[in-house]
Design a protein around this ligand. Structure first.
Ligand code: HEM
Length: 130
């Protein structure tokens, strides 16, 4: 199985768990005051839906989809936009991996390395717009 297909299946199992995105944001917001400061005025319930689609776009990009959606995320997260410093994506990915471990009990160590490989490809596109 390709890494992107592994991630697609694991992501399906995660999304079937109702509190997957709550767990992600608990870890992510706890990871740094710099993260918490960015979300003080955010409606977290809509943010969870936006993130659900955002992660799907990262996986589809690794499967060969065009980079249009990721370029738009790169613009919105750049220093002219939300001003998300590139190192904050490490905390984002670590928080996501904790949530995957907690919500996909079937995830193997190959699945977990596939997640990092697949998401980093798209994260690098987003960061390149900073
Ligand atoms: C908004 C996805 C990483 C902070 C958004 C939106 C999406 C998204 C889809 C809403 C659409 C938009 O406005 O462009 C992602 C993905 C990420 C990522 C897929 C990882 C690759 C981060 C990181 C931070 C961050 C590391 C750091 C704090 C924000 C903020 C908003 C936002 C502050 C706006 C919230 C608001 O409307 O109040 N993100 N994001 N994002 N993201 Fe991200």
């Amino acid at each position: 199985m390709t890494p992107a297909n592994r991630v697609m299946q694991s992501y399906g199992r995660c999304c079937a768990s109702p509190s997957f995105f709550d767990t992600f944001y608990q870890h992510f917001l706890a990871s740094s005051p710099a993260i918490r400061d960015k979300f003080t005025k955010t409606d977290m319930s809509s943010q969870k839906h936006l993130l659900r689609a955002g992660i799907l776009n990262l996986v589809l990009y690794a499967r060969g989809m065009s980079d249009t959606k990721l370029r738009a995320l790169g613009q919105s997260h750049s220093r002219e936009g939300f001003d998300i410093r590139p190192e904050l994506y490490d905390l984002w990915l670590d928080s996501l991996m904790l949530a995957v471990r907690e919500h996909d009990s079937a995830a193997t160590s190959e699945d977990l390395s596939a997640w990092r490989e697949v998401l980093n490809k798209g994260i690098n596109v987003i960061k390149s717009f900073y």
